[in-house]
Write a protein that binds this ligand. Structure first.
Ligand SMILES: Nc1ncnc2c1ncn2[C@@H]1O[C@H](COP(=O)(O)OP(=O)(O)OP(=O)(O)O)[C@@H](O)[C@H]1O
Ligand SMILES: [Mg+2]
Length: 437
């Protein structure tokens, strides 16, 4: 028997009180106070209903002679005894009862009460009938100065008087039983709380799953809406011009113009597709120890011509000695391209023409920094948190994948990315990379 199983424990206590090798009382009942100390509830009763039954039971249990240990292991009889049935469901009110009831007195005052035949009248009616003609002893079950219940025992059939020595032994047993019951109750309470906690956790997980699921759906929905929007315009243009082409295939000049427009729109779609594929299935970087200054210079050479056309000046602030980084050269160019495009577009958005882009490199203690700064339109405070969210864009013709791609590449390089910006003043994007030497 597990010492913490309440029913098993109650049964063990009563077996000790009634078994021959134990205290040998003819019958015993255990009452426990309910949760709010409102009632004393008959929890279990052990003992035969009549002298004949008592005789038969004792004979059966005593052949072969059994130890207390063996008796404790024996299964409960399937049928409840009449004594048990007589007490079943009995609940003695604790608050309303008068002081004369010896059961209540024993419970409240935490003392042993012996009820001789004469005093039985003070018991509740059902108990009076059950214990009629008996000498009964009530022993309180106490733990940590609190009454938990009572053991009520008698010798209804042998009529053996209940002597002081028996009472002392019963008291000793009651003390141990009180502690064991208290432990069992506490364990049950902890177990209940643990179950409640487990349920609460399950509910929380379920709620979390729902949120994640709906967030995912919302993201998928937003992506689909954005992509269809991106595709719809070029497709409509292509469709329109292709129809004109097939209607008037003879006008060479017009055919050429329309074909050029179609090619431009198809290129846009191809770029969009490539960006999306890059983002959703990016290639793992091929790391090389790279001279960051050389990479920046190579990029600048490709783009200075176009910048001049826009009236944008490019200033390079390259640290010395040249910082070496561990990076994939193609992906690094892609990062530069996206940041550069954003910078140019931010300057153009200011509409007052002209501006400066500064690209800087620097060896910091544990990393190499690559900075791209512009004096363009700047970013609204509210937009800062969304910059890396795929498809977040404030531009008419933007896809909103540029910075998401940059972030992905930087993450794959185990780098960092910080954006500082003030609306109307400009933006600086600082990328931290792993030094390559
Ligand atoms: N240098 C910058 N100056 C001002 N705003 C910027 C800058 N860089 C990014 N942003 C803001 O962040 C948004 C997201 O940038 P991102 O590069 O991801 O997408 P996009 O430029 O709008 O479109 P795409 O790069 O896909 O063509 C931009 O729409 C813009 O509002
Ligand atoms: Mg961009």
């Amino acid at each position: 028997m597990s010492s913490l199983d309440l029913d098993g424990l109650v049964r063990a206590i009563l077996t000790c009180v009634t078994a021959g090798p134990g205290l040998g009382f003819n019958r015993a009942a255990l009452f426990l106070a309910d949760e709010h100390d409102d009632h004393l509830v008959a929890t279990m009763a052990i003992g035969p209903a009549s002298a004949e039954e008592a005789h038969a039971t004792w004979t059966r249990l005593a052949t072969p002679p059994r130890t207390l240990e063996e008796l404790l292991q024996m299964p409960l009889p399937d049928q409840k005894s009449e004594f048990q049935r007589a007490l079943e469901g009995l609940a003695v009110p604790l608050r309303a009862g008068d002081g004369a009831d010896p059961l209540l007195a024993s419970f409240r005052e935490r003392r042993i009460v012996k009820i001789t035949n004469g005093a039985l009248n003070d018991l509740p009616e059902r108990l009076r009938e059950v214990f009629d003609g008996s000498e009964v002893v009530c022993v309180p079950l106490v733990a940590k100065d609190r009454s938990l219940g009572l053991i009520v025992a008698d010798n209804a059939f042998t009529r053996e008087p209940i002597d002081d020595q028996r009472i002392q032994l019963l008291e000793l047993l009651a003390q141990l039983a009180g502690l064991a019951l208290d432990n069992a109750r506490m364990y049950r309470q902890v177990e209940r709380q643990a179950t409640e906690l487990a349920h609460a956790m399950d509910d929380l997980h379920a709620a979390q799953d729902k949120v994640i699921h709906s967030e995912r759906l919302a993201t998928v929905g937003a992506v689909v809406a954005r992509v269809s929007h991106e595709i719809r315009n070029p497709l409509a243009t292509i469709g329109g011009f292709a129809r004109t082409l097939s209607a008037q295939p003879g006008e060479a000049e017009r055919v050429q113009r329309n074909a050029d427009i179609i090619i431009a729109e198809v290129t846009k779609l191809e770029t969009l597709l490539k960006e999306m594929l890059d983002f959703t299935s990016p290639k793992a970087p091929h790391f090389e120890a790279l001279d960051l200054n050389a990479a920046v210079a190579q990029f600048a050479e490709l783009h200075t011509g176009a910048l001049r056309e826009h009236g944008i000046e490019l200033t390079l602030e390259l640290g010395t000695p040249a910082p070496i980084v561990l990076a994939d050269p193609h992906q690094l160019q892609r990062v530069l391209l996206n940041l550069w495009q954003n910078a140019v577009q931010a300057i153009e958005e200011r509409r007052d023409r002209g501006g400066t882009i500064r690209i800087g490199t620097r060896r910091a203690p544990a990393r190499v920094e690559l900075r791209v700064a512009d004096d363009g339109i700047g970013i609204r405070d509210g937009d800062l948190a969304h910059l890396f969210t795929p498809f977040f864009t404030t531009k008419q013709r933007g896809t909103g994948l540029g910075l998401a791609v940059v972030k992905k590449i930087v993450d794959d390089h185990r780098g960092s990315i910080d954006v500082e910006s003030r609306r109307g003043t400009g933006t600086t994007v600082c990328i931290g990379l792993v030094p390559g030497g």
